[in-house]
Design a protein around this ligand. Structure first.
Ligand code: ZN
Length: 206
């Protein structure tokens, strides 16, 4: 299992594990015989669950995401918006469905982690430029089969174990250079596109 597959597996497991954490927290904070529960006990459950989801999700992706200043700032904005969505949803439930606050929070509290995770996926996703930079770094250290792109780094022979084709050392070297040039071209194109976009946004500056 490659690392990324393991990460995706753990990401998928977040939902059932969170359901389990929610059940445990509910038994700990709510089910003491009183119904409807106090608003405070429901808040305790959700604080516990939100903290768990945030810790799990951040630990899962912290080494993969490039933590630029703007990305950290946007992550805080996402957090604030998710909490705000929770407040709005609870207000709607109490006002329009005439539920008491504790029941409303119990019913719709999961909207906060759902919004937060969707938001972080958008904010944490690498930009096309970051992707090229990452591939550039990767390609500088690696040799790929010119025929099938299999990573041949570290092999002691010039025959690709994946597709079986043999190459001379200079063929592999030329292929590596081409790959590098291709990536640099794409990086330059993207940078030019971004510059054009910026120029379009404020024509007075140009
Ligand atoms: Zn090959």
């Amino acid at each position: 299992m490659s690392e990324i597959v393991a990460r995706i597996g753990l990401a998928v497991m977040l939902m059932p594990i969170t359901a389990l954490v929610w059940t445990i927290a509910s038994y700990a904070f709510i089910y003491n015989g009183n119904w409807p529960p106090s608003a405070m006990s429901v808040v305790s459950v959700w604080v516990f669950v939100y903290a768990f989801v945030a810790t799990y999700w951040i630990c899962l992706w912290k080494n993969v995401v490039k933590w630029t200043e703007s990305r950290i700032r946007r992550s805080w904005v996402v957090t604030a918006l998710a909490l705000f969505a929770g407040v709005v949803a609870c207000s709607c439930f109490t006002i329009f469905l005439k539920q008491n606050l504790a029941e409303a929070m119990l019913g719709i509290g999961q909207i906060v982690p759902v919004c937060w995770i969707l938001g972080t996926i958008i904010v944490w996703k690498e930009t096309p430029l970051e992707r090229i930079e990452r591939l550039n770094l990767y390609n500088r250290r690696s040799v790929h089969c010119p025929a099938c792109q299999y990573n041949m780094t570290g092999l002691s022979e010039t025959r690709c174990p994946e597709c079986g084709k043999s190459f001379t050392i200079d063929e592999l070297f030329v292929a590596q250079q081409d790959q590098q040039l291709d990536l640099e071209d794409r990086q330059q194109d993207l940078e030019e596109q971004q510059q054009d976009l910026r120029d379009d946004c404020n024509p007075s500056a140009g």
